[in-house]
Design a protein around this ligand. Structure first.
Ligand code: GLU
Length: 273
């Protein structure tokens, strides 16, 4: 009996040691394999979507990943995630990092870690122009579409408890339901809504309405308890900001010459180097 207990205890110690070593070494792991695997959206213009010409996933979030991969001197591989799969994919180790319009909030921080804020937004509604819905107050007794596993799902329930929330795999599916008249609005972060509206063939048919009813600061999703990797990513983001590269990437996707113009009206938290 005592022997068995000893063997079990030894196995436990070994498992803990190995687990600890694996967790502590994400940065070394990535360097050793020569690739950073990043979980990104693939149907969310302009954050992460398939470029029809090249068939590649491109977007603002992909450029965030590319910057970190370049700093590490490794290649970038992207894997599509949804709002519901991004955290499990990170905890299971099928991606090293998540750049997928993900709000960092304390509830999520219990399972994974986050970088500092790299994008700021808030939640609004996308509706049919002139359809009579102008704010969450107008959604009483109406159906509203959003994505499974998002903060948007929870926020809308708080903002309008009398709406019926229908959750789809992704936002384009929720938009299709709006086009088919199955929901009265789509709700999520305003820039995602702007991406949906302005990449539609008839952008003028749709309207983004109401006040912001949540704050959505985005963080890169990182493995839990790996401070060496987290420090590296945070320093990369800070360097990106200070060097002006962040502004360049931002302008490429959200600048005046794009269909998704959004003035940069917040500042990254920069510690002195
Ligand atoms: N930023 C929100 C979230 O993290 C909504 C966008 C999304 O579903 O990715 O849940």
């Amino acid at each position: 009996m005592r022997k068995i207990t000893l063997i079990v205890a030894a196995a436990l110690c070994l498992a803990l040691a190995l687990g600890g070593a694996a967790q502590a070494g994400k940065l070394d792991d990535i360097k050793a394999k020569g690739v950073l695997v990043c979980g990104v959206k693939d149907s969310q213009v302009p954050f992460g979507y398939v470029d029809e010409k090249t068939n590649q996933i491109v977007g603002f979030d992909i450029d965030m990943c590319k910057y970190v991969a370049d700093k590490l001197g490794v290649k970038l591989e992207v894997k599509p995630v949804t709002s519901a799969t991004r955290i499990p994919m990170l905890t299971q180790g099928s991606v090293d990092m998540v750049a997928a319009t993900m709000t960092h909030k304390f509830e999520r921080d219990e399972v994974i870690d986050f970088s500092i804020t790299y994008f700021m937004d808030g939640q609004k509604l996308l509706v049919k122009k002139g359809g009579g819905v102008n704010s969450t107050a107008d959604l009483k007794g109406k159906k509203v579409g959003t994505a499974k596993g998002s903060t948007s799902e929870k926020n809308i329930k708080d903002a309008q408890p009398e709406a019926q929330v229908i959750s789809f795999e992704n936002y384009p599916q929720a938009f299709l339901a709006l086009k088919q008249g199955k929901v009265a609005a789509v709700t999520t972060d305003s820039t995602i809504l702007l991406g949906i509206k302005n990449s539609d063939e008839n952008p003028g048919d749709w309207e983004i309405v109401g006040d912001f009813f949540s704050a959505e600061p985005y963080g890169l999703g990182l493995p839990e308890n790996d401070s060496k990797f987290r420090d590296f990513v945070n320093k990369s983001l800070a360097e990106m900001w200070v060097s002006g590269d962040y502004q360049k990437i931002y302008d490429k996707w959200f600048g005046k010459d794009t269909k998704y113009y959004l003035p940069l009206n917040w500042k990254m938290e920069i510690w002195p180097f």
